[in-house]
Design a protein around this ligand. Structure first.
Ligand code: ADP
Length: 321
């Protein structure tokens, strides 16, 4: 019999988690592993929501957003006592390896577990924010950006009809990637992100210049961590006299059927995770760099910063002229 491996999803859900669970289970079974699922992330590990999975357990989920294993935040997992309970449950089933799909919090929890107990852990990045610097892309980011693009397309129709300026708030408390990618693809004039300082007076005068150049409507894409939306709107309105309508997409960005890109990543990430387990690896996280699947030590991965693509940001500015 092969090793026993559990899969869970934790933290914020992201489209692509379902196809990734499916791929972990099916590739693991193909390689002779015994696969288990855990409901509700680390909380489910502590509460013993652990169950065996076969190929049929992951039927008809490839096209669904969210995670059929469900996700949870679990404060109890932040101390060793909680983690100890989780490990005791895994041991009851003879499980030696865990695949944790989630964001940086999930990876920190996984590392605490692998560092202090005899369980091997592999992390797969699943978060719409794309806020992990060691990997170019995370599961869910592409779907989220496409959802934002759909919203931008609709907003552009009505903005054009009424000569309006629209400010669209998207997710991204610390990472402006959703705003950047959706902004450049959707033809936004201004992209406000936490990584780049901006000057509201400059934006106000360029808004007015754009109107003089014949632009009748404008789009500002704003990452939630880039400042105070209401203040920005009222300041710009006062300076320019242009009416600005705001739209907040919120959790709509977290759902939706995963795109081709996210499903491909899901399959490739899962394949590498299972391969690493077969090699006896632990404390590794999977990613994609320059279109190649990579794996990285979890501590080193979490220490990396500064992946914001300034060149792409500059290109977006040029395209908005
Ligand atoms: P994400 O994985 O999307 O970043 P969270 O930050 O909510 O989401 O983390 C998910 C779970 O991982 C938390 O509920 C907690 O159980 C665990 N976790 C988060 N941060 C840590 C940490 N610093 N140490 C140990 N476990 C953590």
């Amino acid at each position: 019999m092969g090793k026993k491996v559990a899969v869970l999803t934790s933290g914020g859900d992201a489209p692509g988690m379902n196809p990734c669970i499916r791929a972990c289970v099916r590739f693991g079974l193909y390689k002779g592993l015994e696969m288990y699922g855990v409901r509700r992330g680390y909380q489910g590990l502590i509460d013993d929501e652990i169950f065996p999975m076969n190929s049929r357990s992951v039927s008809d989920i490839v096209q669904r957003g969210g995670t059929f294993l469900k996700s949870a935040r679990c404060p109890e997992f932040r101390d060793l006592e909680g983690i100890g309970k989780a490990v005791a449950n895994l041991k009851k089933y003879g499980i030696t390896d865990l695949i944790a799909i989630g964001g940086d919090g999930t990876f920190r929890g996984a590392k605490d577990m692998a560092d202090n107990f005899d369980i091997s852990v592999i992390g797969i990045p699943g978060t719409i924010d794309n806020d992990l610097a060691y990997t170019d892309f995370t599961l869910g980011f592409d779907t989220a950006v496409n959802t934002v693009l759909w919203a931008i397309n609709s907003l552009r129709d009505t903005m054009g009809s009424h000569d309006r300026c629209s400010l669209l708030e998207v997710m991204g408390r610390h990472c402006g990637d959703i705003a950047l990618y959706a902004g450049i693809c959707g033809g936004a004039e201004y992209i406000l992100v936490p990584e780049v300082e901006y000057d509201l007076d400059e934006i106000a005068s360029s808004l007015m210049q754009a109107r003089e150049r014949g632009k009748t409507s404008n789009m500002i894409v704003f990452a939630e961590g880039a400042g105070d939306k209401e203040q920005i709107c009222s300041y710009l309105k006062e300076k320019t006299g242009i009416k600005i309508t705001t739209t907040t997409l919120g959790h709509i960005q977290r759902g939706g059927s995963p795109t081709m890109q996210d499903r491909i990543l899901a399959n490739k990430f899962a394949e590498r995770a299972v391969e690493l387990i077969l090699l006896g690896a632990t404390n590794r996280v999977i990613g994609i760099k320059n279109n190649r699947i990579i794996d990285e030590n979890v501590s080193e991965a979490l220490e990396m910063s500064g992946k914001f693509d300034k060149k792409l940001y500059k290109l977006a500015q040029i395209m908005s002229l």
